[in-house]
Design a protein around this ligand. Structure first.
Ligand SMILES: [Zn+2]
Length: 169
């Protein structure tokens, strides 16, 4: 099974448990929906593997997939993009930058943009969204770490047994 599918499977299996846990901590339906929607967006559209040239996540963006090409060039695979804290932050910042540039372009092209009225941030709702975005990112990074150390251990064992540098995949 390709690694992207393995990640998605694990994240979907754990989703009901996280939804249950979240509802236990904060029984507000709106927050629960924000948490679930952010979790799905993170698992399907904002995975750390956007740092790869070819990946399932970029395919899910369809025609817009090309916007992630610069990201995959800047971030090396399993580097900062897979950091527990900064990984998701790099993708959110990158996406915000593109959206900002889009608005700036529209503004300079003379498009009438809707005025933002006084905006009161709803912190509990934002918190639910952030938690939903981060949990799959953390699961992904931990799974990759575990997978790498498992492969390294297996290779070491194989080398010790065969006495050559052949590596297992
Ligand atoms: Zn990965």
């Amino acid at each position: 099974m390709p690694s992207g599918e393995r990640h998605l499977k694990l994240e979907m299996i754990l989703l009901p448990a996280f939804l249950g846990g979240y509802y236990y901590l904060d029984p507000t339906v709106n927050h629960l929906i924000a948490f679930g929607a952010a979790y799905l967006a993170s698992s399907l559209l904002l995975t750390p593997d956007l740092d790869l040239r070819h990946n399932d996540t970029r395919k899910r963006w369809g025609l817009l997939g090309f916007i992630w090409i610069p990201y995959s060039k800047v971030f090396k695979h399993r580097g900062l993009s897979h950091n527990l804290f900064f990984g998701m932050l790099t993708r959110i910042s990158y996406l915000s930058l593109l959206i900002g540039l889009g608005f700036a372009g529209a503004y300079y092209a003379g498009v009438n943009l809707p005025q933002v009225q006084q905006w009161q941030p709803n912190w509990p709702l934002i918190g639910a969204g952030v938690a939903g975005l981060y949990i799959p990112n953390i699961l992904h990074a931990l799974y990759d770490k575990w997978d790498t150390s498992r492969k390294m251990k297996r290779n070491r064992k194989l080398r010790a047994r065969t006495g050559n540098v052949q590596t297992a995949r």
